[in-house]
Ligand binder design. Structure first.
Ligand SMILES: [Zn+2]
Length: 165
């Protein structure tokens, strides 16, 4: 038997403590979600990234009848950033979603997107912050393929950190 320890830490932040860049990224992701091509799922997702050179790029999900030929908003945007600015590290990735005309809360990336996020961190040797729908700011990273950390910060006052050691 192997024992694993799971640690959880919660910190509290006031709304005013958030950097304005998170608000800008949310707006960019939300605007991008309106242009998604999602005729099958009707789940419109937008993503936006902040690069170290200050550029903000956005993308959205692009579906295809021949599933899985389409691509999620996160990967569309990260690959676009890598193609356009291959030497600029991605610092923050934000996503926002709409379903049936309503904003969706608490969306998280799929496994394939998390893998691309992880490799993006390795590629640029830079921790990628992840923000979902303005209410959560989270950070994922994999260290030496053994440790997985997950941090969540909610503008409305919460910060959660979970580490699997
Ligand atoms: Zn995905």
């Amino acid at each position: 038997m192997k024992e694993l320890k799971l640690e959880t830490r919660v910190e509290v932040y006031a709304v005013g403590e958030l950097d304005n860049i998170y608000r800008q990224l949310y707006e960019a992701a939300f605007e991008a979600s309106k242009k998604a091509y999602a005729p099958y799922s009707k789940f419109h997702v937008g993503a936006a990234v902040l690069l170290e050179n200050g550029e903000i790029l956005s993308g959205n999900n692009q579906e295809n009848a021949a599933y899985p030929s389409g691509l999620c908003a996160e990967r569309t945007t990260l690959f676009y950033a890598g193609a356009r600015y291959p030497d600029a590290a991605v610092q923050i990735l934000a996503i926002a979603a709409m379903k049936d005309g309503e904003r969706v809360d608490l969306i998280t990336p799929c496994g394939a997107c998390r893998q691309v996020m992880s490799e993006t961190e390795q590629r640029y040797n830079h921790t990628l912050q992840f923000q979902s729908d303005f209410r959560i700011i989270a950070r994922f990273f994999v260290e030496k393929r053994k440790r997985i950390s997950f941090r969540v910060r909610r503008p409305c006052c919460r910060f959660v950190s979970v580490s699997l050691i």
